[in-house]
Design a protein around this ligand. Structure first.
Ligand code: FNR
Length: 388
């Protein structure tokens, strides 16, 4: 692990930021709303990696590089995409209080989860099928994450062997599994992942039978017939309930997180059943349309958890200030979904590294401006949630 010394000083970070703002006049012209697009400042060709200045621009490059159906499948959300949009929109309802004249020399992003020291609270979240975006698939993602000293949560739907992904990640990773009706199979999968070096297991709930994406139907990924029938077919994880989670937890030798919690009541159930960590997630708006934004529900979840277990969150994180808002509202770490996929598709492992480093620097910069030199000192008073 690099120490905090690897981060820029506040002055350097401000200079870095201003240089990029100056080089990108379109920065201030992003249309309001959820599908915030960031045009790239390279009219005739795709920019080189050091020509993109934020996560949203990387998405634009990926969109221009990928077949439409692939881009749409990743970018899209369930149903009318209202949850997908809300994940981004709600960030605008939260403001940060700056604090001036506080010594913020040597900003330190480091944190600890389950006793594991992390360079920063920005993690690579679990997403499936990376080979569709890069020939090396998850190995390339893991190499990028490792270069940025970021922890990777490997999807149970990885297209590369888990042991190799863990090795590419530097020997340390977490594993994600989807809830399923095969309860013994879940345990076997989780135990195999632990044997292959995974230091925590993250069970995804509430996403096994998502409302289909309209984009996928129109692009022919899902037939309209299958779409109509999907509501009547059985859920693939219809029988799993909290007692199963409790028995899985008891048999595992590493921490078990549940990903897909969106309310204080569910967080309480997770605590009651011995879960070691919670991921506030609506699966990037890809499961049930109409769910609230994750950042919206974070305060009530972190309130009930009251620091008894780590609370992580994902959904729409694209800027350092988004991440700072979540940390202020009680999150211990933030997971990135689509941005990592866009970076992988557009620029391979170097893109993943750059995405993560840019967000680390953006977070460091905003912490400096907020008068907060370290993660442990971040508190609720830093963020204000407005009713509209
Ligand atoms: C996902 N997500 C996901 N989640 C999970 O637990 N296992 C998985 O295999 C996948 N696969 C997956 C594929 C694609 C293409 C996307 C876009 C998402 C959900 C993911 O972990 C995360 O919850 C969201 O992507 C977070 O939102 P953002 O960062 O994409 O806005």
């Amino acid at each position: 692990m690099l120490g905090a010394a690897a981060l820029p000083s506040r002055r350097q970070a401000v200079q870095w930021f201003l240089r990029f703002v100056a080089a990108s006049p379109l920065l201030s012209q992003a249309p309001a709303g959820a599908q915030e697009r960031q045009e790239i400042y390279w009219p005739d060709r795709l920019p080189p990696l050091d020509g993109v200045v934020n996560a949203l621009e990387i998405e634009t490059v990926a969109e221009k590089s990928l077949p439409k159906a692939v881009y749409d499948h990743i970018a899209g959300g369930a149903g009318s995409e209202s949850t997908l949009r809300r994940n981004r929109e709600f960030f605008d309802r939260i403001t940060l209080r700056p604090r001036v004249l506080v010594n913020v020399e040597g900003i330190d992003l480091s944190t600890t989860l389950f006793g594991q020291a992390l360079y920063s609270p920005i993690l690579v979240g679990p997403t499936a099928n990376h080979k569709r975006l890069h020939p090396e698939g998850e190995l390339a993602t893991a190499a990028g994450a490792r270069a940025a000293q970021a922890l990777m949560v490997v999807s149970g739907r990885s297209t590369q062997p888990l042991a190799e992904v863990v090795e590419a990640a530097g020997g340390s990773a977490w594993f994600q599994i989807d809830a399923s009706d095969d309860h013994d199979g879940l345990l076997r999968q989780a135990e195999a992942a632990v044997e292959q070096g995974c230091e925590a297991v993250c069970l995804t709930v509430g996403a096994s039978s998502p409302i289909p994406s309209r984009r996928d139907i129109h692009n022919g990924r899902i037939t309209a017939q299958a779409h109509l029938a999907s509501g009547l077919t059985a859920h693939s994880a219809a029988s799993i309930s909290w007692p199963h989670i409790e028995s899985l937890k008891q048999r595992l030798t590493v921490p078990l997180l549940v990903k897909g919690i969106l309310s204080a009541a569910e967080a309480q159930s997770a605590l009651d059943h011995g879960v070691d960590g919670i991921v506030v997630s609506n699966h990037g708006g890809r499961a049930m349309d109409g769910e609230p934004a994750t950042i919206e529900m974070l305060p009530e979840v972190s309130g009930v958890v009251a620091e008894r277990v780590p609370v992580l969150v994902d959904g729409g994180f694209r800027r350092g200030t988004d991440i700072l808002k979540a940390l202020a509202l009680g999150a211990d770490a933030v997971l990135l979904g689509r941005p990592v996929l866009w970076a992988l598709a557009a620029y391979g492992p170097e893109g993943v590294e750059r995405l993560l480093v840019m967000l680390q620097h953006e977070l460091a910069l905003s912490m400096g401006l907020a008068g907060q030199p370290n993660i442990a000192g971040l508190s609720r008073s830093l963020a204000r949630v407005h009713s509209r």
